[in-house]
Design a protein around this ligand. Structure first.
Ligand code: ADP
Length: 270
């Protein structure tokens, strides 16, 4: 069992940019006097699937927030897709965010709108305001939206009001939105926390399937999960956090009963 990261920590930020999707070096995040992350080092390679596990309050969402460029590090160095989000212009930060997909427990769909608009919301990071408004009047890139819905198994619902769909179908709309966004890095914060085990398995399989790209390439995934077994089944690597620190970082092939026991022993932080 190893506490060392799979990717060596030694590289300076800026080195090996092409191969690293997310690099966090000595990063702390403080909310007032509460330290949410405490000197975290983590590198995620492009194409890798990394599960974040650990008790509630351990710092998983904060770490994902660093990756999405929404949480500012109090200390340390951060690089997302080769860019330090807090060292670039607002325009460059906007462009960076368009390359990052987020998946949440809350789907953030607009219920009264037809499905096509919610799928096209995946393009808002790259469309200008005028284009977005035009598409609300007459949907643009409808064929691509339909293809994305086909891929998640709900092709015929393109023009159906989103709030008429079941919860599971709405989840698929959110995944189709992710697909049209075509992000390089996907950050998922407890995406299956509210689902029963069968649905959770289905959604994780669907999500991981969408990360596959032609010619054996894969989009990078960092996902926080409560269910350790789900993490092992779907990810390449498990990173456990406790009290804002990385306490375990291990490839799934090396996960054994000892690792499992250690994860389940991580007491709540409160
Ligand atoms: P997890 O996702 O593992 O549950 P979080 O990253 O949400 O953990 O939280 C880590 C710690 O930071 C917790 O103690 C939490 O209360 C605190 N925290 C998170 N977000 C905020 C915030 N916006 N303001 C104040 N404290 C926060």
């Amino acid at each position: 069992m190893s506490c060392e990261p799979v990717v060596p920590r030694s590289g300076e930020v800026g080195q090996d940019d092409a191969g690293i999707a997310l690099r966090v070096q000595g990063v702390s995040v403080a909310y007032g006097n509460r330290l949410a992350l405490d000197g975290v080092d983590l590198s995620v390679r492009r194409g890798e699937r990394v599960a974040l596990v650990g008790p509630s309050g351990a710092g998983k969402s904060t770490l994902l927030g660093l990756g999405s460029g929404t949480v500012v590090p109090t200390q340390g160095r951060l690089e997302v897709l080769g860019v330090d989000p807090w060292a670039v212009s607002p325009g460059a930060l906007r462009r960076l965010r368009a390359r990052i997909g987020s998946v949440h427990q809350q789907l953030h769909l607009v219920g009264p709108l037809p499905v096509v608009h919610n799928v096209n919301a995946g393009r808002l990071g790259t469309w200008g305001r005028l284009r977005a408004l035009r598409s609300l009047v007459r949907p643009l890139q409808v064929d691509e939206a339909r293809m994305a819905l086909d891929r998640v198994g709900i092709g015929p619902y393109l023009h159906v009001r989103t709030d008429r769909l079941s919860g599971g179908e709405q989840q698929r709309v959110a995944l189709a939105r992710l697909l049209v966004q075509d992000p390089e890095l996907v950050l998922a914060d407890e995406p299956v926390a509210s689902l029963d085990p069968a649905r959770a398995e289905e959604v994780m399989s669907l999500l991981c399937g969408l990360l596959e790209q032609p010619a054996g390439h894969r989009r990078t995934l960092v996902v926080s999960l409560h269910d350790f077994d789900l993490a092992v089944r779907h990810c390449d690597r498990v990173v456990a956090l406790r009290q804002g620190r990385v306490v375990l970082d291990v490839p799934v092939e090396e996960v054994d009963e000892g690792t499992r026991a250690r994860i389940y022993d991580l007491a709540p932080d409160t």
